[in-house]
Design a protein around this ligand. Structure first.
Ligand SMILES: Cc1ncc(COP(=O)(O)O)c(C=O)c1O
Length: 391
């Protein structure tokens, strides 16, 4: 019987008919599984809210107090962090929060810790603000565990900020309470600020639970800036909606001061959907989506490991798999082969740091039909990869 799931519907043709960078950066015969932009339709209730906003011509200057109230209520309910609406800042996605936190916490020449691998905008924020980025290595053969002893080794008197991404892009880990507690202890003992990117907080597999670092205790909350957004869960990256919060009022005011008259929060369409998202009333959509995506993940894992020499890290959270292509080839070489010969575009692993070399990142938030076609194409490339394998 054909599936009735909305998540099973996307086809190559249907996606090509929609505007957007993912499906149109490359030639039309290439399947794009690079950008973290899902292929799924918009949740119908969100579509209604957006339609309503257009009908009401909600395009005027608008306060964001109601939205911040809804966000503070969600942060309390879901993230277990008590923060007043006055200490929630609307941002244009999570990336501005990275920059605000860095500028607040560090001066040029200071050090900030990033994991290797990590979502690459963290690196560019450091480079552009003349902050020295120091790698906290995550190892594939350790299941990308967050090794706290290794974190302690990279802390120096110049460390001002630890950047945390949880769930982790691209390693797919959801941090355990012990790992979070380890980070909290290091930060509190050394009085280091922490920026936590929790954009992927809803995309969880196999019963993994998301825990917010700032919920652990008041001491770590006092040093932490946490940021969330809607883009990955709700298929609205083009609305550019994010928010951050700190329980530490002085720190929040510092960040607000940096952003004032530089950043302008977000647009009214994001404000129109935010209260409904934050209310939890449409969480059914996320549950259904996660269920479908777990099937896609299993499919990718099974087919890749059967077709060739790939190490596929366990995907606990996010819809981004980070397999290692065990052929001794650089990500650059793999990328060229995948685009030119397999007609599939993925993200280069080395963009995420030196540990990512030889990996490629694959978006799994698509239909099984599109994914199977992409895997068929990769499978045809495997004999060539075998021939090129460095002995
Ligand atoms: C970990 C992480 N943070 C931030 C972003 C950027 O999200 P936004 O466009 O909502 O700022 C992404 C996008 O993929 C991401 O994976």
């Amino acid at each position: 019987m054909p599936s009735t799931s909305p998540f099973d519907k996307p086809t190559i043709q249907s996606r090509l008919s929609v505007r957007g960078v993912k499906w149109h950066r490359d030639a039309a015969d290439i399947i794009p599984l690079w950008l973290a932009d899902q292929d799924y339709p918009l949740c119908p209730e969100l579509k209604d809210e957006l339609r309503k906003a257009v009908e009401e011509e909600f395009t005027v200057y608008a306060s964001d107090l109601d939205v911040r109230k809804a966000m503070a209520a969600k942060i309390k309910r879901y993230n277990k962090i008590e923060v007043p609406p006055e200490q929630v800042l609307l941002t244009q996605g999570v990336i501005p929060g990275m920059w605000l936190s860095s500028v607040h916490a560090c001066r040029p020449g200071d050090e900030m810790i990033v994991t290797d691998p990590m979502y690459f905008p963290f690196f560019s924020v450091a480079d552009r603000t003349q902050i020295r980025k120091v790698y906290w290595k995550l190892k594939l053969d350790e299941g990308y565990k967050f090794d706290i002893e290794r974190l302690k080794e990279v802390v120096t008197p110049k460390t001002r900020l630890i950047n945390v991404c949880n769930p982790h892009n691209p390693c797919g880990r959801v941090m355990t309470k012990e790992e979070l507690k380890g980070i909290a202890d290091v930060a509190v003992d050394n009085k280091i600020y922490v920026f936590v990117d929790e954009l992927w907080e809803d995309i969880l597999n196999d019963g993994h639970k998301h825990i917010s670092l700032a919920s652990l205790n008041p001491e770590i909350a006092d040093l932490t800036i946490t940021s969330w957004g809607f883009s990955k869960t709700w298929s609205v990256p083009g609305l550019q909606a994010g928010y951050l919060a700190c329980t530490n009022k002085t720190m929040f005011e510092g960040i607000q001061g940096i952003s004032s008259n530089v950043l302008r929060g977000t647009n009214n369409f994001s404000k129109a959907i935010a209260p409904l998202i934050c209310s939890g009333k449409i969480d059914y959509w996320v549950r259904d989506m996660n269920k479908y995506m777990a099937e896609v993940r299993d499919l990718v894992e099974k087919r890749l490991t059967e077709m060739g020499d790939f190490t596929v890290p366990n995907l606990e959270g996010t819809y981004l798999m980070f397999p290692k292509f065990n052929y001794g080839l650089s990500s650059q070489v793999l990328n060229k082969l995948l685009i030119d010969e397999a007609k599939v575009s993925l993200n280069l692993g080395d963009e995420f740091g030196p540990e990512g070399n030889g990996h490629m990142r694959i978006l799994t938030a698509t239909s099984k039909g599109i994914m199977n076609e992409a895997l068929n194409r990769i499978e045809k490339l495997v004999p060539k990869l075998e021939k090129m394998k460095k002995k």
